[in-house]
Design a protein around this ligand. Structure first.
Ligand code: UQ8
Length: 368
């Protein structure tokens, strides 16, 4: 049924393509969101300024000052220099007025990282209407929320309204009409952020982890400031304020913030995942259900997927509890935390510090 609608609307679009020239109206923007000695965190956003869905995107960019990328997220990034990025299954459709953002961490050995141009079919029409027309689909073919069976992780920031007006690149004025090049801030004024349906209750929620030193000494630590939401688009999130570390010793809190998490640059860790709101709506008050999920954890500028099992309990109509079924094992090296752990080991004069850290949480979400 859905396929029929899709085929019909695709046929209408195809037919209309020969009558009305297809307008490409995406702005591709490269931004440096953070930088530090020899490194940087960047983002590329693609904002659909047209009035039909943009279905599929692929962009490219090249560095001129020796920058190279180390970690990327929310896109399939390929190449050395130039680099290219292709949409993942969950973020290939960009609705009118919406933006998709993907990110990366890189090194910049020759001084501060530079802002570069982004190119791609979706970034301008530049006479490529035939290849470009295939990336637009009718709005009716787009599911309203991601399916829980999608294995790729979803970042809340991946589908968002863009409020940035800085450094819009790749849509050169010679290639596009003035209609297409509206600024991202202009387009964002008419775009509402995804509606938040559930909000994390920080007072009730907790997240603990255990550390090991000198082989046998295990200690429990936690974070006291957690926030998060579940949106109408089916994206659940958890943000951990890393400056709220509770290690039991003040000087240790400070050292872990400065030397390990580097909170001046990476103040939060963020977990995001797609959830199936329809599945959850079947969960009756008093019932518990186990789900296997894949989430994205963005920690210390590195994003990794975590697949784990969660127990979700509906406590009341307006309160849901989420617990991990088994400890989630975080390996410090996977998030480029190994040099920080080594620095702490040496400052504290310890013979060893374990690099595998079990994490447990109990989260409560209240309906808004
Ligand atoms: C409708 C409705 C509401 C539905 C909701 C349904 C739903 C499914 C919601 C989803 C909820 C959700 C968001 C679920 C999340 C799922 C997942 C996958 C969560 C992942 C959580 C996670 C793993 C978070 C990471 C937390 C984190 C940042 C932990 C820190 C880990 C590390 C690496 C710590 C380093 C510890 C270390 C090595 C310390 C070294 C150290 C030691 C040992 C020491 O002794 C010492 O003192 C001398 C030090 O000195 C300073 C040390 O540094």
């Amino acid at each position: 049924m859905g396929k029929k609608i899709f085929k019909r609307s695709a046929a209408i679009l195809l037919a209309s393509h020969f009558i009305i020239p297809q307008v490409f109206a995406a702005q591709c923007e490269y931004k440096i969101v953070d930088s530090w000695g020899g490194g940087f965190k960047g983002e590329i956003s693609i904002t659909n300024d047209g009035d039909v869905n943009l279905d599929g995107w692929n962009v490219a960019w090249a560095y001129t000052n020796g920058e190279t990328l180390r970690n990327t997220w929310s896109a399939t990034v390929a190449g050395g220099n130039p680099y290219s990025a292709e949409a993942l299954s969950w973020n290939k459709v960009i609705r009118p007025g919406r933006a998709v953002t993907f990110g990366f961490v890189g090194i910049s050995p020759n001084g501060p990282a530079t802002v570069v141009n982004v190119t791609g079919d979706v970034c301008s029409n530049s006479g490529q209407s035939s290849s470009g027309s295939s990336v637009f689909s009718s709005a009716s073919s787009i599911p309203s929320s991601p399916s829980s069976s999608q294995q790729s992780s979803m970042s809340q920031s991946s589908v968002q309204s863009s409020t940035q007006s800085s450094v819009v690149s790749s849509v050169s004025s010679s290639e596009v009409s003035s209609v297409q090049v509206s600024s991202a801030s202009e387009s964002s004024s008419s775009v509402a952020a995804p509606a938040v349906l559930w909000s994390l209750d920080n007072e009730a929620s907790s997240l603990h982890f255990s550390t090991t030193k000198k082989i046998h000494i295990v200690e429990n630590m936690s974070f006291s400031r957690l926030s998060g939401a579940v949106t109408a688009e089916g994206v659940a999130s958890l943000t951990i304020d890393l400056t709220s570390i509770q290690s039991g010793i003040d000087i240790r809190n400070t050292r872990m913030q400065n030397l390990l998490f580097q909170t001046d640059t990476f103040s939060d860790a963020k977990v995001t995942l797609p959830i199936d709101l329809d599945d959850l709506s079947q969960l009756a008050v008093g019932n518990i259900q186990e789900f296997t999920i894949t989430a994205e954890l963005d920690l210390h500028g590195v994003t990794q997927n975590i697949t784990t099992s969660l127990k979700i309990s509906r406590l009341t109509d307006s309160k849901i509890m989420v617990k991990n079924t088994a400890p989630i094992l975080i390996v410090a090296d996977d998030y480029s935390l190994d040099s920080g752990v080594e620095a702490l080991r040496s400052v504290a004069n310890l013979s060893s510090i374990g690099k595998v850290v079990p994490v447990d949480f109990t989260l409560f979400y209240n309906a808004l």
